[in-house]
Design a protein around this ligand. Structure first.
Ligand SMILES: [Cu+2]
Length: 206
């Protein structure tokens, strides 16, 4: 029976690379879904060699005196656009190591960008509006995504085999706000994991 199952698997997957999906659900200590948690998966524990491209836009708009989205995942080297959709002026900056930048934005200027040079977390703020808070997670793996409003994310087509998987959230109570997930391998089928994290209250950044 085992041999038959294996033969069937080989037959089904013959001719294409073995890969699997990895779904993660993140909840806080009270069981509430945690959106905007970033899951990164490293096949064999290694960063991706060569260019990484995600299907979503590398863009953080300012709209209604807020950053939209609150959390953006981009690969190392990405040019991130910062369109100002408000009628007021914004002055967007980051002091995060490796990714410091500062841009003065006037209404509806669509073409201002900043390059994210280093993997890591980038906290962004506005010099004019203290309440504006956002984050860019710069990653060095092609297998990454952020949780939706249900706290769920699926990373697709990860090469089958050993992986190191991590979850990061700016308010996660852990070293570097990051936690390694128990999952250590993905296969030809889907792998699911539910993780519980402890969050601290957002920092008062005045
Ligand atoms: Cu502003």
């Amino acid at each position: 029976m085992r041999h038959l199952a294996l033969l069937l698997m080989v037959a089904l997957w013959g001719g294409r690379a073995l890969a699997g999906d990895f779904s993660v659900t993140v909840r806080d200590a009270e069981g509430r879904p945690v959106p905007d948690a970033v899951v990164t998966v490293y096949p064999n524990g290694q960063p991706t060699k060569g260019p990484i491209k995600f299907p979503w836009p590398y863009r953080v708009a300012q709209q209604n005196i807020q950053f939209s989205p609150f959390m953006l995942v981009v690969p190392v080297g990405a040019e991130v656009a910062f369109p100002n959709l408000d009628k007021v002026r914004h002055h967007v900056y980051s002091f995060s190591p490796g990714n410091k930048f500062e841009i003065k934005l006037y209404g509806h200027e669509e073409n201002r960008t900043a390059r994210m040079n280093a993997a890591g977390a980038v906290a962004i703020g506005c010099n004019i509006h203290d309440q504006m808070v956002g984050f860019i997670k710069v990653v060095d793996t092609a297998y990454a995504g952020k949780t939706d409003t249900n706290g769920a994310v699926t990373i697709q087509d990860i090469p089958a085999g050993a992986v190191v998987a991590k979850v990061w959230h700016p308010y996660l109570r852990a070293l570097k706000n990051e936690k390694t997930l128990p999952t250590t391998s993905v296969g030809v089928g889907p792998v699911r994991e539910a993780v519980s994290v402890e969050l601290r209250a957002p920092a008062d950044h005045h």
